[in-house]
Design a protein around this ligand. Structure first.
Ligand SMILES: Cc1cc2nc3c(=O)[nH]c(=O)nc-3n(C[C@H](O)[C@H](O)[C@H](O)COP(=O)(O)OP(=O)(O)OC[C@H]3O[C@@H](n4cnc5c(N)ncnc54)[C@H](O)[C@@H]3O)c2cc1C
Length: 396
């Protein structure tokens, strides 16, 4: 029986686990190792940070879901991987594997910019459940005494979508409360222009986003590098000072320390082939945010390529098919170029974006706004949570 260890219990890890179980049944013993016992539907964290969701709305306990499916769960942090001897080292155990799937997501590198982040700095973040719950408390305090909001991303960031969502949602929530006129809003980003998204732009995204920010009276500062955050103020490298009452910034992302030695020495993201197999270790597969994707073009201020949930799910399914084919001795699955399908909330409405493949030149691309995409985003949340709760891997 093949021993498969999966690191990470989120979009990538759970999808790989369900798919491998379905393809291999009793031919494999599959263990998911995660330092979080809960699956968090991360795309809803911007909503949670503004009081539009609670933690119980968007989290699931992973252990019973996996055990019902005949999968094992180890609630521990992986401390390292010895790829030469095929072992995962956790806090209390060493797990030998025949195949390893790495789906550990990002390490959030707040230390890259002085004063960045909620723990040791002066900005909020909405990238984990704890951070988003803390940002909600900051939001409640802000509503009692509103002032300037400065939000966006710092240099080296790659996950831009949620920062756009946060800006649009803050605007919508303030208008709902009839206090938008008390709140100057500024969106700061390392992207060379608004709508670049780290993927070299997408169709008419630049024009549409410029219009949407203008309609909402949100000032854009693009191509920006941040020097530091101090309490209530940010300073850009060009010495511009921006005082704020509330500030939420996306940090740069890196590979997590337990696996970064298997990746690129600069950022710890891990290089893979077209079926998400490590380029050096043939029994290690990597999916989701942990994967290295080179930016489509150098930008004056560094930016990275975002890796979305949908992209992660498709990577995990391909990796699972490749592992199952290896074990069963059947034909390998086709290599599918990475594409992006994403719904970005804009408060009352939303945008549907498709980039296929993710980096230009593209065969197919869409960037459309509409109220139906907002309904679609809410429906997707319910659908994905339902699908995860039941361990379904056959559906998209
Ligand atoms: C705020 C926000 C909003 C987003 N909105 C969207 C959206 O609308 N649509 C979309 O498609 N995508 C969205 N994304 C992107 C999407 O959330 C990610 O692509 C997806 O979460 C990546 O899944 P993953 O499994 O690679 O990593 P993650 O979801 O980051 O999961 C990593 C897992 O690994 C575990 N882990 C990490 N280190 C260790 C260790 N050492 N040992 C054991 N376990 C470990 C973690 O606890 C976690 O369970 C958003 C991202 C953010 C931050």
């Amino acid at each position: 029986m093949a021993r498969i260890v999966i690191l990470g219990g989120s979009f990538g890890g759970l999808t790989a686990a369900f798919k491998l179980k379905r393809l291999l049944g009793k031919k494999a013993e599959i263990t998911v190792v995660s330092d979080e016992e809960k699956f968090v539907f991360v795309p809803s964290l911007p909503w949670l940070s503004l009081g539009l969701r609670s933690a119980s709305d968007i989290t699931l306990s992973v252990k019973p879901i996996l055990e019902r499916k005949g999968l094992f769960f180890l609630h521990e942090k992986a401390k390292g991987v010895d790829a030469d001897t095929s072992k995962v080292i956790t806090e209390t155990k060493e797990l030998s594997y025949d195949y390893l799937v790495i789906a550990t997501g990002p390490y959030l590198a707040f230390e890259q910019v002085p004063g960045l982040g909620p723990d040791k700095g002066h900005t909020e973040c909405i990238f984990t459940l704890d951070q988003a719950e803390r940002a909600k408390k900051a939001w409640d305090r802000f509503l009692e005494s509103p002032g300037t909001v400065v939000t966006g991303s710092v240099q080296g960031a790659s996950c831009f979508g949620p920062t756009y969502e946060y800006a649009f949602e803050v605007d919508a929530e303030l208008r709902k409360r009839k206090i938008r006129h008390k709140v100057p809003m500024i969106f700061v980003t390392p992207e060379p222009y608004i709508g670049h998204f780290g993927i070299g732009g997408l169709r008419n995204a630049k024009r549409l986003m410029e219009d949407e920010f203008a309609i909402r009276d949100i000032k854009i500062i693009a191509n920006a590098a941040v020097e530091e955050f101090t309490p209530g103020e940010m300073k850009l490298k060009d010495k511009t000072k921006l005082p704020f009452k509330l500030s939420m910034f996306a940090p740069p992302m890196r590979g997590v320390p337990a696996v970064s030695h298997l990746g690129n020495p600069i950022n710890g993201f891990i290089p893979v082939d077209g079926r998400y197999k490590h380029t050096k270790y043939k029994n290690i597969f990597v999916v989701g945010v942990a994967v290295a994707i080179a930016p489509p073009e150098p930008t004056p201020v560094p930016t990275g390529v975002p890796k979305t949930g949908d992209m992660t799910v498709r990577m995990a399914k391909t990796a699972a098919r490749a592992i199952a084919a290896d074990i069963s001795g059947s034909a390998q699955p086709p290599e599918i170029p990475i594409s992006v399908f994403c719904l970005m909330d804009m408060g009352k409405t939303a945008v549907y974006m498709k980039a296929a493949p993710v980096l230009p030149p593209r065969q197919d691309s869409v960037f459309k706004e509409g109220i139906r995409f907002k309904w679609g985003k809410v429906a997707f949340e319910k659908y994905f949570l339902w699908k995860t709760k039941h361990g379904v891997s056959r559906l998209p």
